[in-house]
Design a protein around this ligand. Structure first.
Ligand SMILES: Nc1ncnc2c1ncn2[C@@H]1O[C@H](COP(=O)(O)OP(=O)(O)O)[C@@H](O)[C@H]1O
Ligand SMILES: CCCC(=O)OP(=O)(O)O
Length: 356
């Protein structure tokens, strides 16, 4: 039975797990100082996090050489097919130096590769840049900019498989609208197992706990040329300090809901986030011609039943709403690596320039 170390870095913490005998036997979420990380190069961030992980594992009595594989969250690679990929130097180089989008998931494979010291296979499964768009979804409105498929592919695909199984039909016969409600929000249309359209969770779609989502383009251009901000500052403002954080000073939905109990402004902001999510869901239902088997709400914000009810009040008339709170990313990563270790699936190789 393979023993697999799982690494899933977020912006302020790294989620770790150990998988054995078909279950997660140990997990930990440990915090980093995101503020300090801003000043470091990607290599420095990788080294620091890898050292912290190794220290923690050794404190718990685990040795890296005792693992059969390391399973890491896939980062922002070029557009790729869904599946499990072997991590190699070319992928690490891309994630550290060429990706173009600053996101903590980019650190996972480099951390795994460093920890493995070349002795243990390292895999990623369903990276953020899985691309199954149909052609219409690629158009942005200007030929120079193509819309990008960047979303919570790992959790959304795992959840879709689970719901299809529970509904007793093959995934390839089901149409779902899936909303991942986390620090970032992805709302996607999955038709017969393929995510044919989804908002780019980094800079499109609804505003989220810490991102602005889509913004009016004229105002963005005006701010960009105001001379008040560098490119890096503005990107940070939109993709790390927007949404609930910008309006209410917290990106924690639980705190925001508490504020809303006595503060009409906070109440309006939360209603606004639910409204934007519902609009995105409704749009996906429309382009599927209303032919939807279920609307699935997932991610950590789906734990909050009051927030879920707000979204349901807009969209429940379109289809059955299934709530799958949280994200089973650790398990989904372990299972992706296991499918390869047990020979059920061949690992894919990433090659720059050979993407779909
Ligand atoms: N149990 C919970 N109930 C309601 N909201 C939660 C819960 N746990 C986390 N959240 C909220 O979900 C959002 C994102 O959490 P998380 O899933 O950890 O983010 P990420 O997508 O970055 O991994 C935050 O606003 C957080 O406050
Ligand atoms: C960029 C798409 C994936 C994403 O938003 O992940 P997080 O919510 O973990 O930041």
């Amino acid at each position: 039975m393979p023993r697999i170390l799982i690494i899933n870095p977020g912006s302020t913490s790294t989620k770790l797990g150990i998988y054995e005998n078909d279950e997660i036997i140990w997990k930990e979420n440990f915090e980093h100082s995101a503020h300090t990380e801003d000043l470091l190069t990607p290599e420095e961030r990788v080294k620091i996090r890898a050292k912290e992980i190794e220290g923690l594992l050794s404190k718990e009595g685990f040795k890296i050489e005792e693992f059969d594989a390391i399973a890491c969250r896939g980062g922002i690679l070029p557009p790729l097919e869904s599946g499990t990929y072997e991590v190699d130097e070319e992928m690490v180089d891309y994630l550290l130096h060429k990706t173009g989008v600053d996101h903590p998931s980019n650190l996972a494979a480099p951390i795994g590769r460093l920890l493995s010291r070349g002795n243990i296979p390292v895999y990623i499964t369903d990276p953020v840049s899985v691309d199954e768009f149909w052609d219409e979804a690629r158009l942005s409105g200007i030929p120079q900019i193509e819309r990008r498929s960047l979303f919570h592919a790992l959790n959304m695909k795992a959840v879709a498989r689970k719901v299809a199984e529970e509904m007793g039909k093959p995934l390839e016969e089901m149409n779902f609208v899936i909303a991942h409600l986390g620090g970032g929000i992805s709302v996607g249309l999955q038709v017969k197992g393929k995510m044919v359209d989804v908002n780019n969770a980094n800079d499109e779609g609804p505003f989220s706990p810490n991102r602005t989502g889509e913004l009016p383009v004229g105002d963005v251009v005006e701010l960009a040329f105001s001379g008040k901000y560098t490119e890096k500052e503005l990107l940070k403002r939109y993709t790390k300090q927007g949404g609930l954080l910008a309006y209410l000073g917290t990106d924690d939905l639980r705190k925001a809901m508490k504020l809303a109990a006595n503060d009409p402004k906070a109440e309006l902001v939360i209603e606004g986030m639910a409204y934007q999510i519902a609009k995105e869901i409704g749009g996906m239902c429309a382009v599927a011609g209303g032919n939807i088997d279920a609307i699935i709400l997932t991610g950590s914000m789906a734990y909050n039943s009051d927030f879920v009810e707000k979204i349901k009040s807009y969209v429940a008339r379109f289809a059955l709403v299934v709530v799958e709170p949280g994200e089973n990313e650790l398990l989904a990563l372990a299972e992706g690596a296991k499918r390869v270790l047990t020979g059920k699936e061949n690992p894919k190789r990433f090659k720059v320039g050979e993407t779909i």
